[in-house]
Design a protein around this ligand. Structure first.
Ligand code: PLP
Length: 367
């Protein structure tokens, strides 16, 4: 059993439910009726084919995926999607792709797209340290697609609204997929590296409108062609068997908890508790502008930045794991993914309170 005094605020790979870890561990030792491990079973076995089908069913059920969309399981992380998207939908065409520059990962996607065609960066908050999501822009009608990131994992901002346009919207949802209800029908394609709310690292989830995939007219290498995954049930080559199996367990857990509406409420309560403390504790301030603050990754700093290392050490002594900010950003980031219990946020808030007390700073208690 895990040490109960540890609170895992890691940004990804991140906390998974204890019950999922236990079942995955059992399956590593002995999984199917013959006694084989999940690690040594053929991906073509009927038992594993059922895992593929069940995982797809769970994705479709939880996200309410429309029938004219396919659900694909790929590899290469979200980062491979940065080049796979333009390779399929920008290359070979005359249209430009439109990108929103609202965070570190979105900027990486822009860099890759520029290898394949004309990229129009329609708006950017880079000069302001990506502290907010730009909203004042108009997407040209004739663009090949519009690319955005729903949750900026490093900066701690999240899109609550998406532009209304006839241009196909492609969205990197790596760090807030399955955290709240989302209307898939608004998007032409979404992708997500699994290691934030879906399961362990090693699998990338793609959900795409079939018609959008069929609009690709130029040849694309098989392993980078979405249609090859679709037409082969995501088994053109060996899929990441264990990652998909564990994702299936995790999505089952999510379904049994009541699905996205329920988890969305719980995630909101966790984020509110922490943002409230950041607001009320005079030692800290939130890094992101309030209207765009992420419910998944809460970024904050200390007014006395020289004291941040000391607080980090103090928090670690109290069992807080993974609250250091991204290596190029500094400060703090507490990731509140689905499996993180409310009690862990209470513990972090308590830690911020007692730290302030230790420094004779007066904080009105939150609970
Ligand atoms: C984590 C993350 C990525 C990178 O994912 P990899 O699977 O490591 O390639 C990309 N985009 C977002 C929004 C992320 O949170």
């Amino acid at each position: 059993m895990k040490n109960l005094l540890i609170h895992n605020f890691g940004a990804g790979p991140c906390i998974l439910p204890e019950s999922v870890l236990n079942r995955a561990a059992e399956a590593v030792k002995r999984w199917d009726v013959t006694g084989l491990s999940i690690l040594e079973i053929s991906h073509r076995s009927s038992a594993f084919e059922e895992v593929m089908k069940e995982t797809e069913r769970l994705v479709r059920h939880l996200l309410n995926v429309p029938d004219n969309y396919c659900v694909l399981f790929l590899q290469g992380g979200a980062s491979l999607q940065f080049c796979m998207v333009p390779m399929n939908f920008l290359q070979g065409g005359k249209k430009e792709a439109v990108y929103l520059d609202a965070g570190f990962f979105g900027a990486k996607a822009i860099k890759e797209a520029q290898l394949f065609g004309k990229v129009n960066v329609i708006a950017s908050s880079k000069e302001q340290g990506y502290a907010y999501i730009p909203k004042d822009y108009t997407i040209p009608e004739d663009a090949a697609y519009f690319h955005c990131t729903s949750n900026n994992t490093i900066e701690g901002t999240e899109m609550t609204r998406f532009p209304v346009t006839n241009v196909p919207i492609i969205c990197d949802m790596s760090s807030d997929i399955f955290s709240r209800p989302v209307d898939i029908s608004k998007f032409a394609l979404i992708y997500a590296g699994a290691q934030k709310n879906t399961g362990p690292a090693g699998m990338t989830l793609v959900i795409a409108k079939n018609k959008f995939l069929d609009s690709v007219k130029h040849p694309v290498p098989s392993m980078l062609d979405y249609r090859v995954y679709r037409d082969n049930g995501s088994m053109y080559n060996t899929p990441p068997v264990f990652a998909i199996y564990t994702a299936m367990l995790n999505l089952h857990w999510l379904k049994s908890k009541g699905g996205l509406k329920q988890i969305g409420q719980e995630n909101l309560a966790k984020a509110q508790l922490l943002y409230d403390e950041i607001e009320r504790n005079p030692m800290f301030y939130a890094s992101a502008r309030w209207e765009d603050r992420s419910l998944m990754n809460v970024t904050f700093r200390m007014h006395d930045q020289g004291g941040e290392a000391e607080f980090l050490k103090y928090a670690e002594q109290q069992g807080m794991v993974g609250i250091g900010g991204y290596r190029t950003v500094g400060g703090f980031r507490a990731s509140l993914y689905n499996a993180l219990p409310y009690e862990s946020v209470t513990a972090l808030v308590h830690c911020m309170n007692t730290y302030a007390e230790k420094h004779h700073v007066n904080v009105v208690p939150v609970y």
